[in-house]
Design a binder for this molecule. Structure first.
Ligand code: AKG
Length: 281
């Protein structure tokens, strides 16, 4: 449960930091499971993920990941001949996007009642969990995540998406911690990511410039910390050139009392809603 102060920090800054939400044992269980998923996956070598060049994303593989568990490679994982430069476990950019529905370990974690209460404390009356990702930020090749706002991808009217960002490992300036623009959630939504059939388009809405590393603030955090942020909060993470990974687990949570826009890229007609806090059996 959030204190009055934490709620007002969220209103004021667009984010709130909660230390020690994920115990060392839970972190290890989640990390081990993530690597087990990679080892068991039937990998598609062309499925790369990049926020600097979205045209590289394989549309069908990406779209179907809304209702399944898919592994996406780092752009820089391959040599000039298309061969992996390091073992597969150190080549994956992220796993997404229905881990909370389809994987028992991630489902159990996403079902923690206290995580549902946090969303309700922040005004999300019926917390529908739409998307789960494990983001690896691999040593040396972990790619940049360019400045963006999550309401671009999870649009409701009014805006309701909040993001849970769990540090499964320590996040530092060196290994690509998150950056945010405190208070930037009061600004306009700059872009929308539209889906029309299998076409995906990033449409500009507002020309307000993105923050940069001078106007933004780095958020280095110890492992186990949860950062929850507003869907309009601009955020970013730098490439990882260090020799340590920076695993994070993210949830994107939308208010089920509102209409989820049918043009959002992520649609999950076969799975139905995952309501945090409800028994999922
Ligand atoms: O973990 C990162 O580097 C970026 C995560 C992010 O942008 C998100 O989950 O919306």
């Amino acid at each position: 449960m959030l204190t009055e102060q934490q709620r007002s920090d969220f209103q004021e800054n667009g984010f709130v930091l909660l230390p020690d939400v994920v115990s060392a044992q839970e972190r290890q269980t989640l990390i081990d499971q993530a690597y087990r998923i990679i080892e068991a996956a039937d990998l598609d070598m062309s499925s790369r993920f990049s926020t600097t060049d979205r045209s590289q994303i394989q549309h069908d593989f990406f779209l179907s990941s809304a209702q399944s568990i898919r592994c996406f490679f780092e752009e820089a994982a391959f040599d000039d001949n298309g061969q992996l430069k390091q073992p597969r476990a150190q080549s994956i950019n992220k796993i997404g996007h229905a881990l909370h529905d389809l994987d028992p370990v991630f489902k159990a974690f996403a079902s923690r009642p206290d995580l549902a209460e946090l969303a309700q404390d922040l005004g999300v009356s019926i917390p529908h969990l739409y998307q789960t990702m494990v983001i690896f930020k691999q040593p040396r090749i972990g790619g940049e995540v360019t400045w963006h706002q999550d309401a671009t991808f999870f649009y409701t009217e009014p805006s309701s998406v909040i993001t849970y960002w769990f540090a499964l490992e320590e996040a530092t300036l060196q290994n690509g911690c998150l950056w945010v623009e405190p208070g930037g959630h009061r600004g306009p939504l700059r872009e929308r990511y539209f889906r029309d059939g299998s076409d995906l388009t990033m449409a500009p809405l507002d020309s307000t410039p993105w923050p940069d590393e001078r106007s933004g603030t780095a958020v280095p955090v110890p492992a186990g910390t949860l950062l929850i942020f507003h869907g309009h909060l601009p955020h970013y993470s730098a490439p990882n050139r260090s020799d340590r990974s920076r695993l994070a687990l993210t949830f994107h949570v939308v208010d089920g009392a509102l209409t989820y826009d049918s043009r959002n890229w992520l649609q999950r007609p076969d799975l139905g809603p995952f309501v945090m806090g409800d028994s999922q059996d």
